[in-house]
Design a protein around this ligand. Structure first.
Ligand code: DC
Length: 229
């Protein structure tokens, strides 16, 4: 089977990453979580005095962009890639509410997006990649052979994130999470550069009422059609 590029975009917390990771593992592709890259830049900003309250010192961040190195390494225990920031495993740190509530404004900055998109395109050169995010099918890989756009209701997505944090033993309030999900939807869809939107040739998947195994079957059927091309 020829190797292709699979772009999975959609709203936050709608299960894109789980879906993309499982698919990549099953078909022997590389999985890249592009959101983790924006989260890593956000973590760097929080830890290096780039946030002044809610304001971002964009000049400082722009100057320091070259010293922010993000990479992924397969975790043999989970079988999934962990995110590294300047050589340190930050997989857990980038999933906290603190990072979640600061990431959207970082992801609206043009110079941050340019740097991330360039790295992502480099990673996709050899094909055989599944990447998930917001602008993968529209900006990063407009020629991807398979594009999926995933959505689910805000309430269902908030519940999923709440369950995820609880399972990790983190304190969380469902209402705060719902508010955060809605706020991120708004920022993601309304930002000037690469707003979240479905590419014209992406296939829409609303998984609000789907189980994981139903979703998997659905995805395999879509891939089957591309592989037959
Ligand atoms: O998918 P996620 O929740 O981990 O993404 C974190 C943030 O990064 C989210 O606010 C949207 C942004 N993002 C983006 O702007 N472009 C991408 N390709 C991926 C994520």
């Amino acid at each position: 089977m020829k190797k292709v590029v699979i772009a999975i975009d959609g709203f936050s917390s709608c299960g894109k990453s789980t879906m993309a990771k499982d698919l990549a593992r099953e078909i022997g592709y590389i999985y890249i979580d592009s959101g983790a890259m924006y989260r890593a830049v956000t973590l760097y900003s929080l830890e290096n005095g780039i946030f002044k309250g809610e304001n971002i010192d964009t000049q400082k961040l722009q100057k320091e962009m070259d010293s922010i190195h993000i990479s992924f390494q397969l975790n043999p225990e989970t079988g999934r890639p962990d995110t590294y920031l300047n050589g340190i495993n930050v997989e857990n740190k980038i999933r906290t509410m603190d990072v979640s509530s600061h990431v959207s404004p970082i992801a609206t900055l043009g110079f941050v997006r340019e740097a991330m998109v360039a790295q992502q395109q480099e990673m996709g050169k050899a094909k055989g990649i599944v990447m998930d995010g917001r602008d993968i099918g529209t900006t990063v890989f407009p020629d991807a052979e398979l594009k999926i756009f995933v959505t689910a209701s805000a309430e269902i997505r908030a519940q999923r994130r709440y369950d995820e944090l609880k399972a990790k033993g983190e304190e969380a309030s469902y209402n705060d999470i719902l508010e955060n999900v809605k706020q991120r939807d708004y920022i993601d869809q309304n930002r000037e550069i690469s707003p979240l939107r479905k590419a014209d040739d992406a296939i829409l998947l609303d998984n609000s009422q789907m189980t994981l195994s139903e979703q998997k079957e659905w995805l395999k059927a879509q891939l089957g059609q591309v592989a037959e091309m």
